[in-house]
Design a protein around this ligand. Structure first.
Ligand code: HEC
Ligand code: HEC
Length: 341
């Protein structure tokens, strides 16, 4: 789905109540992300997923890393590196995104090539950069040697209780995904502001909301996660909200930060119409996840804002506008509960 900028370029009247539009452009974080029918949430399942998330053995008997090494939940949900350090000195191809509020994303990865958290987890477990197990069956055999994990899986998947074996690739993925759906960073200053506490945002951050709209950013970064339509009738789980990046080709930023070396969705789909198409990424928690962009090439948020102005709109944003937008984006950092083992 592509979104036509013409649809939304008017100015929002932010001082009065927000106009009712097809989408809620500015909204607080919803209570719960959507949950797939075949993987209902339960406390046992999320607790098991959390344990697996922090367990290095999930990625190999001699793995020095766990999921949390690249998605450090206490530090914003990523690793603050351009590219991640994986198994045996291998490096990831793109930058590790944050997992906070990830349950609101309808597709996963920078290019949206995974259509559910469950599928994304299985994909990671087959990726030699992430996991040392030769195949998922070897991981399942390993977990089966632990009476403790056997008990935890049986408690998490009671329907499989009598099959002896509730440990399977798909159940590992379900448990981890259930845990990921609990990663909600609530109560950001922005959320408090939208809920009515006008003192929650500085004057600069308040100007920043308006500047973010005036500059055109809100045309793509809106909704629950500032990543496009919230999951629902406008955008179903499994469907992506993709946009062109860089839109304005040939800027010096493009060269300096190598923004067009990677052709986005084209690299996985091979469809020439999808050259440089990317999922619109979420902006909640963005202040914690430098460096920026799919290749982690831009070190500071202010520079990332300048780059977006130039490569999306061929606009040079003023120093003050950049500062205000940055103050607004800083206000999107919620409380990182669930961050510890
Ligand atoms: C070696 C570093 C590394 C480890 C370990 C790792 N990941 Fe990732 N993860 C990444 C990178 C890099 C990406 C982005 C890849 C892409 O977009 O092509 C990613 C993407 C994701 C995404 C999609 C995020 C989004 O915004 O769409 C999820 C969810 C995720 N990882 C969960 C996990 C889980 C669960 C584990 C443990 C099983 C894990 N990761 C282990 C590096 C890592
Ligand atoms: C046409 C849609 C579109 C518009 C308009 C847009 N963005 Fe983006 N934005 C994207 C896409 C797509 C990416 C992912 C780029 C990539 O692949 O690295 C992105 C990335 C970002 C990032 C980096 C995210 C990260 O996790 O590293 C920031 C920050 C950002 N945009 C802010 C803005 C600001 C500020 C504006 C207005 C000046 C803006 N965007 C306008 C689509 C858009």
């Amino acid at each position: 789905m592509t979104f036509f900028k013409a649809l939304f370029f008017g100015s929002l009247l932010l001082t009065c109540s927000l106009p009712t539009l097809a989408f809620d452009y500015l909204q607080t974080l919803p209570e719960q992300p959507p949950v797939p029918a075949d993987n209902p949430q339960s406390n046992q399942k999320a607790a098991l997923g959390k344990r697996l998330f922090f367990d290095k053995q999930l990625l190999g008997t001699d793995s020095r890393i766990s999921c949390n090494s690249c998605h450090n939940l206490a530090e914003g949900g990523d690793d603050n590196r351009a590219l991640s350090l994986g198994q045996e000195g291998k490096t990831s191809q793109r930058s590790a995104p944050s997992l906070w509020n990830i349950g609101f994303q309808t597709v996963l990865y920078w290019d949206g090539r995974a259509t559910s958290l469950e599928a994304q987890t299985l994909d990671h477990l087959r990726d030699p950069v992430i996991s040392r197990w030769p195949h998922i069956g070897a991981l399942v055999d390993h977990l089966n040697q632990s009476a403790d994990y056997q008990r935890a899986f049986r408690a998490a998947f009671p329907a499989d209780k009598n099959t002896l074996n509730s440990i399977s690739g798909i159940n590992i993925a379900r448990a981890i995904s259930s845990f990921e759906r609990t990663l909600l960073a609530r109560n950001s200053p922005f959320d408090r502001y939208i809920a009515g506490d006008k003192s929650a945002l500085s004057a600069s951050a308040q100007r920043g909301i308006q500047a973010f709209n005036d500059a055109g950013c809100l045309a793509c970064h809106f909704g629950a996660n500032f990543a496009g339509p919230a999951p629902g009738p406008a955008l179903k789980m499994g469907d992506g909200f993709y946009e062109l990046f860089p839109n304005n080709r040939g800027s010096t930023y493009e060269q300096q930060y190598r923004l067009a070396d990677d052709q986005g969705r084209f690299e996985s789909t091979g469809n020439p119409d999808e050259r440089f198409m990317w999922r619109v990424p979420p902006l909640r928690g963005i202040a914690l996840t430098a460096p920026y962009f799919h290749n982690g090439s831009v070190a500071s948020l202010e520079e990332a804002i300048r780059v977006m102005g130039k490569v999306q709109f061929n606009k040079n944003l003023s120093t003050e506008t950049v500062r205000d937008i940055s103050a607004f984006l800083h206000s999107l950092t919620g409380e990182l509960k669930q961050a510890k083992k």
